[in-house]
Design a binder for this molecule. Structure first.
Ligand SMILES: CC(C)(COP(=O)(O)OP(=O)(O)OC[C@H]1O[C@@H](n2cnc3c(N)ncnc32)[C@H](O)[C@@H]1OP(=O)(O)O)[C@@H](O)C(=O)NCCC(=O)NCCS
Length: 151
């Protein structure tokens, strides 16, 4: 159902035009910002950004950006979004399944866990992650609640 594809010059414009609904804007950075952050972070050897365009067959439906944190021996799900037009059709769940499977191939190196964070009021994301076994660690990242899935 869901495929992760590299971001190239061909799909870049479409990826940066993916949008969440106005009420979700505080939950995820714009994709343009995330890709700029990926560019800047790639000069830092300790954190490897791994951004993907998310497709259902030929239709672009979302964006996900992972990172591999060498020092901490973890992957993070750094950004995770489904375009507002495509939400509530099961893509978020399918994307999380695909993302966790991909991380379990340890593409950038070994790791003991996946970490992510979400705004306390982001109930949809919180329940989605919890349904895959992510457990809140008690840490916070700014305002965001940190959760972890041991691998
Ligand atoms: C979180 C997000 C990725 C979920 O994507 P999605 O494609 O809508 O998710 P799905 O259709 O697979 O639904 C997953 C679950 O959430 C529920 N859900 C989805 N949208 C919902 C809504 N607006 N209100 C209540 N429940 C909702 C679904 O019913 C489903 O629950 P179920 O497993 O009990 O059936 C999407 O809402 C999004 O992009 N939000 C904005 C960005 C964001 O918050 N990202 C996460 C940052 S940490």
């Amino acid at each position: 159902m869901i495929q992760l594809k590299k971001i190239t010059y061909e799909n870049f414009y479409d990826v940066i035009h993916l949008k969440v609904s106005p009420s979700q804007k505080g939950f995820v950075a714009p994709n343009l910002f995330s890709l700029a952050e990926a560019y800047v972070t790639s000069s830092n050897d300790l954190c490897i950004p791994i951004p993907f365009a998310v497709y259902n067959k030929k239709t672009l439906v979302g964006f996900v950006m992972l990172s591999y944190e060498k020092n901490e021996n973890i992957y993070t799900i750094w950004r995770f979004m489904i375009d507002k037009k495509h939400q509530n059709k099961g893509y978020g769940k399918a994307l999380l399944k695909e993302t966790v499977s991909y991380i379990k191939t340890f593409p950038m190196g070994p790791a003991s866990a996946i970490k992510l964070s979400y705004e306390p009021e982001n109930i949809v994301a919180k329940s989605l992650y919890a349904s895959f076994g992510f457990i809140e660690t008690g840490e916070v990242d700014g305002n965001e609640i940190v959760a972890k899935l041991d691998l």
